[in-house]
Design a binder for this molecule. Structure first.
Ligand code: CTP
Length: 400
């Protein structure tokens, strides 16, 4: 739920007081929460409580009419803002209106405008819960793709005992979390990603490196994890920070260290994406003391580093192996040769001739070339979007 926008719809049942705990839990999970409530919900819990906990204004009518400079509360904007719409508690009245397209309050207008997944947690008396019209409502909402968080069994406001109690806030949160995870396309898949530059030591204080920022690889790691993958990110030296705590990061400095780490995780991975700008050469000798300046000229002898990508291509079994190519001339031809030579399933080509592509930038322009030699060019996009394009291609290919 971290970073997700959750619109919580609160309707008028006694369980509305639990909406306060629900907001608190969503916020604790790192979600951004906005609340829309019906007029009768305000009799059970105050907008002030919910706005204080959510740190956002609470909406309940189409205009903030008490204010002289009344403004329209744009339900379309609210609905489109939401990554998830959760109606909890959901009364029989509101659920029936949702099922029939009634739109006589802001919450229902948001519901009709929402394009995101809609969850609802019914709360009503046991006989209302069992009534055929309620069952028909659930069926209809189900047919719309709305997701029911079943009511619990227990003591109800009427004093009767039966099914109808709104699920507890903790249960609602874990129900939604499990549902999100269950539907993620990369759930259960293991990703190995390399990113950033490598530094090849010359002496204790100097190295040979390059301008790679690591942004592309980090964006792929974040996007893969957000789609449910278990991600190991092998990173060369960068100043970047990860947002997702579940990504396992292995920090390395040299090409040799990156090679060893990549081989350690490759066998157990399903997809390996090697976006690191690995140094092709390293000094043949690392001076044990700082090299003093003496002569006018200094010659460093360099030795080729191991090609991590090619070495993984040689031992690959069922893994989907992705390489990057940064070319300055004969781009497609060179990339296709690399794809074949290194036994890849996909190569991501960036050309230094493209504006908006390359080192340090926040945008990239790529062309994907698959095993079938088909090329798929994309426009200049933020690296986060580029990461999604690459993963979408991989998902399509690996599910094919
Ligand atoms: N790569 C690697 N290990 C190396 C060098 C490169 O894993 N020692 C990987 C990069 O992570 C990238 C791909 O190989 O995915 C392409 O690297 P690039 O430097 O463009 O190609 P090279 O094969 O090294 O060929 P050249 O430098 O001649 O273009």
């Amino acid at each position: 739920m971290n970073g997700k926008n959750i619109l919580l719809g609160v309707t008028g049942g006694i369980a509305a007081y639990k909406a306060a705990f629900l907001v608190r839990l969503f916020v604790k999970k790192g979600a951004n929460v906005k609340v829309v409530m019906t007029a009768s919900a305000k009799e059970f819990v105050t907008p002030l409580t919910l706005s204080t906990l959510s740190k956002n204004e609470v909406f309940s009518s189409f205009t903030n009419e008490e204010n002289d400079n009344a403004q329209w509360n744009n339900h379309v904007e609210l609905a489109l803002w939401a990554d998830l719409f959760v109606v909890a508690p959901a009364t029989a009245n509101t659920l029936s209106k949702m099922a029939n397209g009634t739109c006589d309050n802001l919450l229902l207008a948001c519901y009709l405008s929402a394009k995101c997944p809609v969850y609802y947690a019914p709360a009503m008396d046991l006989d209302m819960y069992k009534h055929p019209s309620t069952a028909a409502t659930f069926e209809k909402l189900d047919s719309f793709g709305n997701i029911k968080i079943p009511a619990a069994f227990g003591e109800l406001a009427s004093g009767l005992i039966g099914q109808g109690r709104m699920a507890e806030p903790e249960e609602i949160v874990s129900f939604i979390e499990n549902d999100i995870l269950k539907n993620l396309p990369l759930r259960g898949k293991k990703f190995l990603i390399t990113a950033g530059p490598t530094y090849e030591a010359i002496d204790p204080v100097r190295f040979i490196g390059n301008h790679s920022s690591g942004k592309m690889g980090y964006a792929i790691a974040e996007a893969a994890a957000a789609l449910g993958a278990e991600v190991v990110l092998i990173s060369g030296p960068t100043a970047l920070k990860l947002e997702n705590d579940f990504i396992k990061i292995i920090r390395v400095t040299s090409a040799e260290e990156m090679y060893n780490a990549a081989h350690q995780y490759f066998n157990s991975c399903d997809v390996a994406i090697l976006s690191a700008a690995v140094a092709d050469y390293r000094p043949s000798q690392i001076a044990s003391e700082k090299i003093k300046k003496k002569e006018e000229e200094l010659t460093l002898q360099l030795t080729k580093t191991k090609d991590i990508l090619a070495s993984l291509g040689e031992i690959k079994k069922n893994q989907f192996l992705v390489g990057f190519a940064l070319e300055t001339e004969n781009e497609e031809e060179n990339a296709k040769l690399k794809l074949k030579k290194k036994n890849l399933d996909l190569i991501v080509l960036n050309s230094l001739r493209d504006k908006g592509a390359g080192f340090q930038k926040d945008t990239n322009k790529i062309t994907l070339i698959g095993k079938d030699n088909k090329t798929l060019p994309f426009s200049v996009k933020p690296k986060k979007e580029v990461a999604k394009d690459i993963l979408e291609y991989i998902i399509e290919q690996t599910n094919a």
